[in-house]
Design a protein around this ligand. Sequence first.
Ligand SMILES: [Cu+2]
Length: 144
Amino acid sequence: MTSAQIAVTALGAVAIVWVLWYFLYSRGNAVASTPTAGGVQEVRVTVKGGYTPDTIVVRAGQPVRLQFYRDETADCSERVVFEEFGIDQQLPPFQTTTVEFTPEKPGEYPFRCGMSMLKGLLVVEPAGERRAAPSPHKFHGVAA
Ligand SMILES: [Cu+2]
């Protein structure tokens, strides 16, 4: 290989590593809920210096059951707050605490610890739709 080819290959490798890092680490981890037989969308979240997963994808109009397992005693994660749903729940250490509600409207609803240091995001998708990538054509639409 010429030095130019080596440089291009190296740049490509750096780009791949960066993309992997960006999606796997900097953006946290997303999990879609698994509906139970009763139609409840259940997700287990581990609380330890953050929320794992920190992005939870559910459908609108169906009950959501989040099971927070707090795997630490750090004061920071003592409470979990979903402001839009009026939830401010205490999480005892080394226990699983269930938080249940039904999101009626699609949207993105942040959740956090009592001090807003730990952050997570609940993504509520329209009922009955699969998660779709943002349309590349959205800027080309005809104005209403
Ligand atoms: Cu905190």
